[in-house]
Ligand binder design. Sequence first.
Ligand code: ZN
Length: 347
Amino acid sequence: MQALVLEETKRLTLRDIDPHETLGPRDVRIKIHTVGICGSDVHYYQHGKIGPFVVKAPMILGHEAAGTLVEVGRDVKHLKVGDRVCMEPGIPDPNSKASRLGMYNLDPAVRFWATPPVHGILRPTAVHPADFTFKLPDNVSFAEGAMVEPLAVGMHAATKAQVKPGDVAVVVGAGPIGMVTTLAALAAGCARVYIADVQQPKLDLAASLVPGAVVPVNVKSQNLGQVLRDATDGWGADIVFEASGNERAAAGVFDPLAPGGRVVFIGMPGAPVPIDIVAAQVKEARIETIFRYAHVYPRALGLMGSGKINLKPLITNRFAFSESVKAFDFASNMPADAVKAQIEMPV
Ligand code: ZN
């Protein structure tokens, strides 16, 4: 089959490749419709590795996908041919200690699409376990279905933050993950989310997502801590979500935080970040981190199906599969008004 293959750092080709898949009794075969380009895909393209994960052999990219079932294994009861679905890209060992403790995302044996050496999903069809394949609500498009993966990250972060109704939150970074975290925090009950970035077009888009509830803060000209103190009688934000991965931003999370507040680190800085422990201690900050998500897809689809979360405005750029290399070059230098680029497979 034709797939988008990362041959080595900075070299992508559209070519024939056999991912060697067989359909087991509890698997489904999916015809892929839409695949989102993730920051991690771009990072492998540009640098050939993320932390300990190194691309050593040609690998198909892509892990944010939706499609239609064309075949189901004989033991699959809850899905049928023709169902529109999205897929959770990480498959853990169900018997691992991490899985049995309810945190399968931390299973060292997890096999995650487009994390070397596992092939990704930028190809016409894929075989996947039915248990990690989820039916889309009728009012959710394939393009939105391919956004469930990043949304799951934001929802996992909102869950870790233990949002209470009426909380005031800060989201640092208005990229795709900052945007979905903003939507997840509001859906979880935040009264307001202050979203910080240096790119005004992204802030404008964020503010339009839920008018009145999302407050843009351009940290080129505004001091985030001061904005929050001014807005909260000097108290600060109940929650700070760090979604930029920027080292300076990550070091500054305690400034806008309220006493007793929670910080969730979502972004992955490229290098170790010095953290001011005393700045955290004087506020008794609770610090959380997240790595992907565990069984969040059904809740994400529930919020999308009911209309409480609308991801359509975040899909800013679409490319045909035949233009995949161009799409990745675009995503490697995203303009300020672009959030999520997606690739549409031929019908
Ligand atoms: Zn992703």
